[in-house]
Design a protein around this ligand. Structure first.
Ligand SMILES: Nc1ncnc2c1ncn2[C@@H]1O[C@H](COP(=O)(O)OP(=O)(O)OP(=O)(O)O)[C@@H](O)[C@H]1O
Ligand SMILES: [Mg+2]
Length: 229
């Protein structure tokens, strides 16, 4: 059975599709078979796939499907016996579809900028996962800071954000997603492995993504990449 990773937050533009593309393409580049489910009618991930094809950027080991009907989403997840990993890119809305994705996931990653308006939405996912799990074992959730390094750590907004995390006991991933210009280019039909190897900070970016995958595999107690603990 595949391991199912949901990327979710009701906050629009917090980095869900970017994180989906990064994790999915890096897992695939490491030899895992990945099904990407685009559960967003906006279809950013589907567009990313099409633009990769147009740019002749290879997407080996990856399959894509767009599913917006909640019941169909549940069926797709549960009937898959082919892939190692399913990554679900959710819409930036808390709806029935997101609940189905969360209920059927092994882990939920919630991208969020370190600002209270994003973190309030991240907390909704954490609480929803806890509520849906009320009768069973808790599904792990990790909030992935997006652009942490770009914020002034002495600004009131940042201090309030850290206080919000503390008060709400938000489960934070150790790995952060840095702001990188080529993550923007990624969504225009690229993958990290298709970028020229001399691109500045490319290796660092790949290590970041591998660190996050390592965190996921440690939490799930599965082997996704070879060099992880
Ligand atoms: N770490 C990052 N570095 C550079 N650009 C980023 C980063 N994270 C997100 N972006 C950019 O911010 C915009 C929104 O990101 P993205 O589409 O991943 O968010 P989303 O949560 O999927 O949005 P939506 O809710 O609309 O689906 C995109 O233009 C993306 O390229
Ligand atoms: Mg998106």
């Amino acid at each position: 059975m595949p391991k199912v990773v949901s990327i979710a937050s009701p906050k629009g533009g917090c980095g869900k599709s970017t994180l989906t593309a990064l994790i999915a393409s890096e897992l695939a580049a490491l030899g895992k078979t990945v099904l990407v489910i685009d559960a967003d009618p906006q279809a950013s991930t589907t567009l990313w796939q099409r633009q990769c094809l147009q740019n002749e950027v290879p997407l080996p080991n990856m399959d894509f499907v767009q599913v917006v009907d909640p019941a169909e989403l549940g069926r797709r997840i549960l009937s898959d016996v082919v892939h190692d990993v399913i990554i679900i890119d959710n819409q930036g809305v808390a709806n029935e579809r997101m609940s189905v994705a969360i209920r059927n996931s092994d882990i939920i990653l919630v991208p969020s900028h370190p600002i209270v308006i994003d973190l309030v939405e991240a907390a909704k996912v954490v609480n929803l996962a806890r509520a849906l799990d009320a009768k069973g074992p808790p599904t792990p959730v990790r909030v992935v800071m997006n652009g942490y390094e770009t914020f002034d750590k002495r600004s009131p907004a940042f201090i309030e954000a850290i206080e919000f995390i503390r008060q709400n006991k938000l489960p934070m991933a150790a790995t952060v997603l840095k702001q990188r210009m080529f993550y923007k280019n990624l969504m225009a039909g690229r993958t990290l492995s298709a970028l020229p190897s001399k691109s500045p900070n490319l290796h660092e970016a790949r290590w970041d993504v591998h660190d996050l995958i390592s965190e996921v595999q440690t939490i799930l107690n599965v082997q996704l990449i070879a060099n992880a603990a």
